[in-house]
Design a binder for this molecule. Structure first.
Ligand code: SIN
Length: 323
């Protein structure tokens, strides 16, 4: 496959963090009983036939930032990843970055990076649903598609590429535990596609907003032990407000509440949340619905920026509280 360079790229940096894309299983037919995060990122690149031809002279530099199953992603790895991205993006010869990542928390890492990286160069996260040892692994094609997006002339900011679809960091969500196209941008729809090495945007208006968080320097600089503790709570049948009390007693600084429907919250939780707010804990509300966003002001709680899911709203609140 030929990656069509829409702009001249001197160097692409590939940062490895683990995931199924770097996973191995005992048998080629095993798509579930594998161990994520086993192969180094250089190994993944070496396994792509003709990669150098497709890059048309762009140099590849790769770096193993972490090697984990992304269910175990942590703030220290986020900070290191953001620092490495900042370092590389500041180099004039680097055109953009590809990050290999597990699918399970990929949407959270994408949103975190979108918030803390001020650069307009593209940063593209990619992944796989099958381990590298599978008979037909999806990782190599996803990696090539990610490189094609880095080379695109209008790509800027943080993107996710999987199964030929391009998703914005804001809209992307993992929606399927097994199939190869495990991601969706919900109502927004895919921002574009990568087809035979060429990027096709669904519409120019899908270009990402580059609005880094004002506290981005703190996120890159302060020890992660000092990052504010922010948890996600869901409202559901029989929800018990004692969870809130326990978290407040343990020192939580912020709570994101995933409310039912249009942001309604079980009375048992609401009472305790009001008490938590009175004690200085920041509370913010999202809907637990997979699509849409809260309309109006259903509960006496501050609302997260429109349309963010609970896990991305948690990132925003944590950054807000980094004073
Ligand atoms: C992970 O998230 O690291 C494992 C699952 C996957 O990558 O699909």
């Amino acid at each position: 496959m030929q990656v069509v360079h829409a702009k001249k790229i001197e160097k692409i940096v590939v940062l490895g963090t683990g995931g199924t894309i770097a996973g191995t299983a005992a048998s080629a037919s095993d798509h579930t009983g594998y161990t994520a995060g086993q192969l180094g990122v250089q190994h993944l690149l070496d396994a792509i036939p003709g990669l150098n031809d497709t890059l048309q002279g762009a140099a590849l530099v790769c770096e193993q930032v972490a090697q984990l199953d992304s269910k175990d992603m942590d703030h220290a790895t986020w900070q290191m990843l953001a620092q490495r991205c900042s370092h590389w993006l500041a180099q004039p010869d680097v055109g953009g970055i590809v990050i290999t990542h597990g699918t399970d928390t990929l949407e959270e890492t994408a949103w975190f990076l979108q918030q803390v990286l001020p650069s307009s160069k593209p940063v593209v996260l990619t992944c796989a649903m099958r381990p590298a040892t599978a008979l037909m692994p999806d990782g190599p094609q996803n990696l090539l598609d990610a490189m094609a997006l880095v080379c695109d002339s209008i790509a800027q900011g943080v993107w996710v590429v999987c199964a030929g679809q391009i998703h914005s960091a804001r809209a992307v969500q993992k929606v399927h535990p097994y199939r190869l196209d495990a991601f969706s941008s919900g109502e927004a729809g895919a921002a574009g596609w990568v087809e035979q090495g060429q990027v096709r945007w669904s519409s120019p208006s899908k270009a990402p907003e580059l609005a880094p968080h004002p506290n981005l320097q703190r996120a890159l600089g302060i020890p992660v032990a000092d990052w504010p503790w922010v948890e996600v709570l869901h409202s559901h049948t029989g929800a018990d407000g004692r969870r809130v009390r326990a978290l407040v007693a343990a020192g939580v600084k912020g709570l994101v509440v995933a409310g039912t429907g249009n942001g309604t919250v079980h009375q048992s939780l609401l009472t305790e949340l009001a008490e938590a707010q009175a004690q200085g804990v920041q509370v913010c509300l999202v809907s637990r619905c997979a699509e849409g966003q809260i309309v109006g002001q259903p509960a006496m709680l501050k609302m997260a920026p429109s349309g963010l899911n609970a896990y991305k709203a948690r990132i925003g609140l944590m950054l807000d509280l980094m004073t």
